[in-house]
Design a binder for this molecule. Sequence first.
Ligand code: KIV
Length: 301
Amino acid sequence: MSSPPREQRPITLLKLAEKRALGEPIVMVTAYDHPSAAIVEDAGVDVVLVGDSAANNVLGYRDTVPITMDEILMLARAVRRGLKTPLMVGDLPFGSYEASNEQAIETAHRFVKEAGVDAVKLEGGGQMAQRARAIVEAGTPVMGHVGLTPQTASALGGFKAQGRTAEAAAKLTEEALALQAVGCFAIVFEAIPSAVTEALMPKLEIPVIGIGAGPATDGQVLVLHDLLGVYAGHKPKFVKRYADIRGESLKGLRAYADDVRAGRFPNEEEHTYSIPPEELEEFARYLEDEALVGTDTPWDW
Ligand code: KIV
């Protein structure tokens, strides 16, 4: 099997803009820990998002809302240690940037200083475009995110596609253009009809990365756990499974359990350490030495 083409030099914002201009699709994926980071690095992806989707994918929360800055920072630091090449983006958690420009700048700076991210992502347009502007002006690149924005999914009527009426598509357009105008270097389009995306693309000059937004975008992003099949159960319409990690893991664990229960593991020749016979004999004599057996017990239970 041939290995994927590798971009050896770190991916920069300029490189992403170049890719867009050349029509080279941008590949983005989430990662939340060090082993995943090492794998996505080797796979040659362009952008890695430490997504707030870590909340449900690795921390066991019901949705993305509860994850805190301290939790995502710990995950992001582990990812940072595994990445050399892709651009690393940290997702600002719900409640960490909405209240004021000052709060947004402070949170973005924490992400950069404490986890070494190259950029941050925030959800929504409107007032959030002002937060994006403040963060950009304070020195941190920002990726926008419009369409289905999971942090505010209940206000959007649930986890469903957005921009399915002319009015809703126009609102989405305004949000995307506002994010572009305030200096975002890229925008995620989530769960948007592909015809709306296609119609909107000529209006945008920055890379658009789609998730459930059709093929017209400049790149695609998927959640690592979705594309690798880490979980059984509901699969969003826009997810394509490229592996069955859960199935493979179950097979491996069941085989291990069977081997332990049947006494096949560990195997004396393959999985154990040896000791020279004379050392073993001496040790046996030591164990037989009566003076050692049942001597003063220091504890009084
Ligand atoms: O947190 C996340 O995984 C995301 C992607 C869906 C873009 O925001």
